[in-house]
Design a binder for this molecule. Structure first.
Ligand code: ADP
Ligand code: TYD
Length: 201
């Protein structure tokens, strides 16, 4: 079973993902961008390059995803493991969908759909996606960005894209209010996860 954690930067995904490792010691914990491959290294180089071409960046993230699938996710699912990924393809749909929306050098009619279509032939859809919902200003503050206003504006369009994704596939998503205390967020996530795991047995 594949479970993904999604949300804006600063929404608390990594905090939850780390806490879940105690509760599910046998699960495979993984993340995107990956932090153990040269594909992931290439993604982080691109994140640090303010002049990165947005379409090139999309394909770097997608290359990292393809490698992550074949190297980590598919073998774990074949073993029957529970896989919990901190970010996954919805991050690309929401973030690169937003980046490409304003990219002057590329004129795509519907960037979010374009990114979804690229994944369609090879990717695996998660069984459950837990969405940590947070307003863009709080997200930018928590993420500690240098240009908070600019970041919050970008995160607002990323959040709109997450809402579109939830609307098109409501049964896959569980929304958790990320303004709650870390303990309450963890409880809500654990409830959703426990329920999905027992339903899959
Ligand atoms: N529920 C919460 N309430 C307040 N602050 C939080 C909460 N969850 C996480 N934080 C803090 O917000 C920051 C970003 O959290 P993190 O888990 O790294 O988010 P993400 O992985 O989604 O970017 C960290 O400083 C973390 O301690
Ligand atoms: C996986 C992924 C991440 N990202 C972005 C989100 C983050 O701003 C950045 C790094 O991700 P991450 O290290 O998960 O950041 P955070 O813990 O702050 O959420 O990469 C994309 O734009 N597209 C993607 O497909």
């Amino acid at each position: 079973m594949l479970v993904t954690l999604e949300g804006l930067d600063g929404s608390g995904k990594t905090t939850v993902w780390e806490a879940l490792q105690e509760r599910y010691p046998d699960a495979e914990f993984t993340r995107e961008p990956t932090n153990d491959s040269w594909y992931g290294d290439a993604v982080y180089r691109s994140i640090e390059d303010d002049d990165a071409d947005p379409l090139a960046e999309l394909f770097l993230y997608t290359a990292d995803h393809a490698d992550h699938l074949s190297r980590v996710i598919e073998p774990a699912l074949e073993r029957g493991d529970l896989v919990i990924s901190d970010r996954y393809s919805d991050s690309r749909f929401a973030y690169q969908g937003a980046t490409l929306e304003t990219a002057e050098e590329h004129d795509l009619a519907d960037p979010l759909e374009y990114v979804v279509d690229i994944h369609e032939p090879f990717s695996i859809t998660p069984d459950l996606t837990i969405y940590l919902d947070l307003d863009p200003e709080t997200a930018a503050t928590r993420a500690g960005t240098t240009n908070k206003f600019e970041r919050a504006e970008y995160l607002a369009s990323v959040r709109d894209n997450y809402e579109r994704l939830i609307e098109r596939d409501p049964d896959r998503f569980v929304r958790v209010d990320a303004m709650q205390s870390p303990a309450d967020v963890l409880d809500a996530v654990t409830d959703a996860l426990d329920e999905a795991v027992s339903a899959s047995r």
